[in-house]
Structure formats: structure tokens, C-alpha cells
Design a protein around this ligand. Sequence first.
Ligand code: ADP
Ligand code: MG
Length: 224
Amino acid sequence: PMPALEALDVRLTYPNGVRALDGTTLKIAHGEFVAIIGPNGSGKSSLLRAFAGLQRVNAGTVRLEGDPVDALSAVARARRVALVPQTLEVLPGYTVQDFVLMGRYAHLAGWRLYSKHDYEVAREYLRRVDAAEFVERGMNEMSGGEQQRVLVARALAQESQTILLDEPTSALDLHHQLAIYRLIFEMHKSGGKTVVVVTHDLNLASQFSDRLVLMMGGKVVAEG
Ligand code: ADP
Ligand code: MG
């Protein structure tokens, strides 16, 4: 069967000369829950951005459900894959609601207006990450952990087949860490979502994932 995500011998060197991906090969099956671990600077975030089509690579192939990620339009890509980024460049003036609605972009019809359903979906995922109370707040008027939960809500509101999460609970208290992992696990288990999570928490990684992948020096060096 066709993998959900496929990176074949991918190489990426940033303009500053840093070689972030140095022959990365990784296949992730449809419906799999994979945790990626590895030291700082090993290329984990670069790989997730490449899978999401947000970072072009210099060589090798990145495929989403069989299609080269570069060949897909932004909307087609957003229907297949959502990314919870490791860091957020805060957009001043955005409310939480408007920010989460951006996740609905891939589902807009021709007129580009959000429907009642889009608002309901945004509210529902805010509720599920325990952030419903912030709906009217500005994105820059929340703690790091609160923002992180809103980032997860935005990605889930995208309702893509695959969800990539880059250290999604690094700023969360223990209660919310576990709640977010349970939510993602539930969407994987019942909703059949493909999940890739980068984390430094080996306990959570091994508790919830089907497979652990270790990256070092821009390569996958171990799996199991
Ligand atoms: P990880 O997520 O595993 O910590 P990253 O993929 O963020 O690793 O980074 C891999 C390497 O690329 C690091 O050495 C980092 O300093 C460098 N790097 C990351 N992003 C950029 C960027 N936008 N421009 C230049 N270098 C970068
Ligand atoms: Mg990173």
C-alpha cells in the first residue's frame, strides 16, 4: 500500500550553509502513529516542514500520499497534511477564533467566506484542547502553553488525513500534556489519522506511538 508520507534520500542545506537533512529516508504508513526523537539540531523540524510542503529540499523526494509535495497546490496540500509548528511567529491583531479559522482555509468554497460550519468546527476543537474560553482573546494575549493548545486546535480544525506535531506539548503542564496526547491518540484510533509527533518525552512517545524513529545529524539512524 502507498505510504502516507515518504522521504527518500532527502538533502537540505540552509542558505547559511547548515546541512539540516543529509540523506533522510523515512516512510510512514497510512494510519500509523510515529514519534520522532533525537537531539537538538538533528533535523526533526526541518523534516516536518518538508513533509508539510513549507520547506523545499535540495535533493531527494518528498511525497504525500504518493504525490510529490511540490506538485500539490497549497489547498490540496492543506487537505492532506496539517502542521503544529514548534514555534509561532505571533500574528498581531489576530483573535484566537480568527487564527483557528485559518485552519479551515483548505475547506472554503469558491467565495472564500467562512461558513457557520467552519465557526462550529473551530469552536469544537478549541473546546477539545481546553481553550474555548480564549476564543475572543488576541493571540498575543496568552501564555505560551495556552498558545500551544490553540496551535493544536488550528491544525485539527484543518481536518487533514495526516497531522504533524513538532514538540506540541513542550510548554504545557502535565495535565494538559496528557490531555493533548489522549486527544491526538483518539483521533488516530477512532478517526484513522496518520500522526507524526516530534518529542523529547520518551514516556509519552512510547506510550502512544506505534513506532519510534531516532534522528541524528540529518539522518534516520534507528527505528523500532
Ligand atoms: P531539530 O528540530 O532536530 O532541533 P532543525 O531541523 O530545527 O533541528 O535544525 C537542523 C539544523 O538546521 C540545526 O543546525 C539548525 O541550527 C539549522 N536550522 C534550522 N532552521 C534553520 C533556518 N531557517 N536557517 C538556517 N539554519 C537553520
Ligand atoms: Mg525542532
